[in-house]
Each structure stands twice: as structure tokens, then as C-alpha cells.
Design a protein around this ligand. Structure first.
Ligand code: TMP
Length: 211
């Protein structure tokens, strides 16, 4: 893939401010004259969005962790093949709300599935494709859940206990410490203008460094 577009993802627990930051990153890409698509996981394709509904709906309460993991990767496989890879090959940038780091955080940290098992699926489905830049919006789960609670009725994940989100947050931080060049931590507990300034600086630096 020569001259391919870059792949940027946003991660964080619920209420971290991903949507606001996603819109900001989109504006920055537009200002820089980069063509891009905006998408999300689970979802991004018609089949992926159907799987998303199954995954988030309360009627799926009691779904086994392995089923949840496999459905996340089924949606991801479809998303990569139908949308992400074709866009990157056309030279477009891809801006994605969550990707595989969320699987290590939620199904790994949250549900307790061993990372080695997730890695097998990652290698199978992604064949080496990984985000080029990941912004991790980090904040204490107490703060995030209070913000998310004000927004809408909780989905199947949002009804998990605080301890679940504490494990998710820790797993995200462990990923960031293991891959500091790719995963950049943003302190999302700061006031919004400060968070946006931090995101802008990181994204501008990345844009100017991209081939
Ligand atoms: P959101 O994209 O609206 O934040 O919601 C998606 C939910 O799905 C969120 O609670 C995190 C969860 N999720 C996983 O558990 N594993 C994954 O691999 C992905 C992409 C999302």
C-alpha cells in the first residue's frame, strides 16, 4: 500500500468525550486538506451495525464473553474488508471511534479473557493492520460514568459495575505504556478546552509527520 491514508483511532471509557474529540480531529484533517472517512466499532458497515445492536442490547444480557469477543471480531473483519482497507488504499485517512485496543480493554481487562487469545484473532483478522495513531482519552471511571449517565439510557456495557470500568481503564493504560509511540494518552479529566488543545497538538504533530 503506497501513499496509503493514515489510520487514527480514538479510545477511552464511556463519558471520556470521544464524540467531541472525534469531531475536532475531523476538523483538523479537513483543515489540513486530507480526505478522510469517519467510522466506528463495533459497526461501520450494515452487518457491523446489526452486530453492534446485538452486542449493546439488553436482550443479550448473559452473552458469554467468548461470544462477545467473536462478534466484535466478526464486525471488525467486515469493517476492515468492506470499508477501512478500501479507503486507505484510495489514499483516504480513516478516523475510527474505537478499534482493537477496545477489545483488549473490555473483553481482556473487563471480562478477563487472556490477551493471548485476543491476539490470535487480531493476527487472523487484521493481518498486521494496526492504527497509526491512537488517542486514549483517560479519566477516572467515576467521572466518565457520571457524564455518560446524563446523556442517554445505559446500554449493556454501561450497566457494568465500576470495578469493570476500573479494569478497562487499567488495561487501556497498560496498552499505552507498551506502545507509547502509537497510543498517546490525553488527560480527559481536564476542562474541555484543555483536552481539545492537547488533542489538537497531538494530531497536528502527527499530520505533519505523516509521509
Ligand atoms: P461506544 O462506541 O458508543 O462507546 O460503545 C461501544 C461499546 O462497545 C463500548 O461500551 C465499548 C464496547 N466495545 C467492546 O467491548 N469491545 C470492542 O472491541 C469495541 C470496539 C467496543
Amino acid at each position: 500500500m503506497s501513499n496509503r491514508g493514515a489510520f487514527i483511532t480514538l479510545e477511552g471509557i464511556e463519558g471520556a468525550g470521544k464524540s467531541t474529540c472525534l469531531a475536532l480531529v475531523g476538523q483538523l484533517l479537513q483543515q489540513a486538506g486530507r480526505q478522510f472517512i469517519e467510522t466506528r466499532e463495533p459497526g461501520g458497515t450494515p452487518l457491523g451495525e446489526s452486530l453492534r445492536r446485538l452486542l449493546l442490547d439488553h436482550s443479550s444480557a448473559g452473552m458469554s464473553s467468548d461470544t462477545e469477543l467473536l462478534l466484535m471480531f466478526a464486525a471488525r473483519s467486515e469493517h476492515l474488508q468492506q470499508k477501512i482497507l478500501p479507503a486507505m488504499e484510495e489514499g483516504k485517512w480513516v478516523l475510527c471511534d474505537r478499534f482493537t485496543d477496545a477489545t483488549y480493554a473490555y473483553q481482556g481487562g473487563g471480562r478477563g479473557i487472556p490477551a493471548a487469545r485476543i491476539q490470535i484473532l487480531e493476527e487472523w483478522v487484521q493481518k498486521g493492520v494496526k492504527p497509526d495513531l491512537t488517542l486514549l482519552l483517560d479519566l477516572p471511571p467515576e467521572t466518565g460514568l457520571a457524564r455518560a449517565g446524563k446523556r442517554s439510557a445505559p446500554d449493556r456495557f454501561e450497566t457494568e459495575a465500576l470495578s469493570f470500568f476500573q479494569r478497562v481503564r487499567q488495561a487501556y493504560l497498560d496498552l499505552a505504556w507498551a506502545e507509547p509511540a502509537r497510543i498517546r494518552i490525553v488527560d480527559a479529566s481536564r476542562p474541555l478546552p484543555e483536552v481539545q488543545a492537547q488533542v489538537s497538538a497531538l494530531v497536528r504533530e502527527f499530520i505533519s509527520s505523516w509521509r
